[in-house]
Design a protein around this ligand. Structure first.
Ligand code: GLU
Length: 313
């Protein structure tokens, strides 16, 4: 059975941009008679909190976007909060480490952002491999002064993603990304590892999410391969932009669900988002279930979508 998912990070009130991707994830899974898992991606305790996690569940239910497995709904793959799943990430890291695929990295943030390092299009620095070939003696010496991060050795190989919505996307991990982090020096497991371990453990077969994560997908596919887990299908959806071309984000507070719930009914919000998605001829109100009969990925734009200024005013 098709299993889609919502994987929000509760680092603020749910935003219209997140909701846009969840609506499409929900419609795609439901259209195929599938189910939805809700997983709370709260690994970063500095940025996330339980109150936002509660609120976003309340917001999703208010909007009519119920899930079948996860917090409140229950299921066979609990816990559904990443902050309670670190044993799974540790096991995966250990398995990779035993195969010699992981090495400790002692680089400081300043070293990583050195001006000479090439940068990816998403602004992250390509890791130059500084700690890749340290000797055992060098590692032992550095361990005395600081705790290491852990990185995955990546091959000089092109990894292709056949995205269900965006088409073919390719990255050479060694050239375009470099050995990437699996665990930070403060012990925090990296998103890339956690998301793969959890989507696989929870039987997710279809990942629908914002196109800002398309460039993470080759790394994730590489991890699926190494961990011998079946990868899901990926559908990356366009981002919503403001009239001046800026990406709408959690900083646009007037477009978070706290504000929108005071001004609109659920069907009004869904109707506007469906209009932006090409699934509603006008911005007229419609419930999520009402969009199912005509749901079609072919109608959804591929390029980022400028939300007209008056749509939510
Ligand atoms: N937790 C991530 C976010 O909210 C999404 C991860 C994903 O969909 O793979 O940005």
């Amino acid at each position: 059975m098709v299993t889609g998912r919502f994987a929000p990070s509760p680092s603020g009130r749910m935003h219209i941009g997140n909701l846009f991707a969840y609506l499409l994830a929900w419609l795609s899974a439901r259209k195929q008679g599938g189910r939805i898992v809700l997983r709370i991606e709260d690994l970063d305790a500095q940025r996330c909190n339980a109150e936002y996690a509660q609120q976003l569940q309340d917001d999703l239910l208010w909007l009519g976007l119920a899930w079948d497995e996860g917090p409140l709904a229950g299921g066979n793959h609990a816990p559904y909060e990443q902050s309670r799943r670190t044993a799974f990430y540790e096991a995966a890291l250990d398995a990779l480490r035993e195969r010699g695929l992981v090495y400790p990295c002692f680089c400081t943030r300043a070293e990583l952002h050195a001006a000479s390092a090439p940068h990816r299009s998403d602004g992250q620095a390509v890791y130059p491999g500084t700690c890749r070939n340290l000797t055992a003696a060098q590692v032992a010496e550095r361990l005395r002064t600081r705790p290491p991060a852990y990185r995955l050795r990546v091959p000089d190989e092109e990894i292709s993603v056949q995205d269900g919505h965006m088409g073919l996307y390719r990255e050479n991990l060694s050239r375009d990304c470099g050995d990437f982090l699996l665990r930070r020096s403060d012990g925090l497991y990296a998103y890339q590892l956690a998301v793969v371990v959890d989507d696989a453990a929870m039987g997710v077969t279809e990942v629908v999410r914002g196109s800002d994560l398309l460039s993470s997908t080759p790394r994730q596919l590489f991890l699926y391969r190494l961990l011998e887990l079946p990868p899901p299908a990926f559908y990356h959806v366009p981002l919503l932009l403001s009239a001046d071309g800026r990406r709408l984000s959690k900083r646009d507070r007037d477009l978070n669900l706290g504000v929108l719930r005071e001004r609109y009914k659920p069907e009004e919000i869904i109707g506007k988002l469906a209009y932006l998605a090409g699934l509603n001829p006008t911005a007229a109100p419609v419930g999520a279930a009402g969009l199912l009969p005509a749901f079609d990925w072919g109608a959804v734009p591929v390029r980022d979508i400028v939300a007209p200024e008056n749509l939510f005013s």
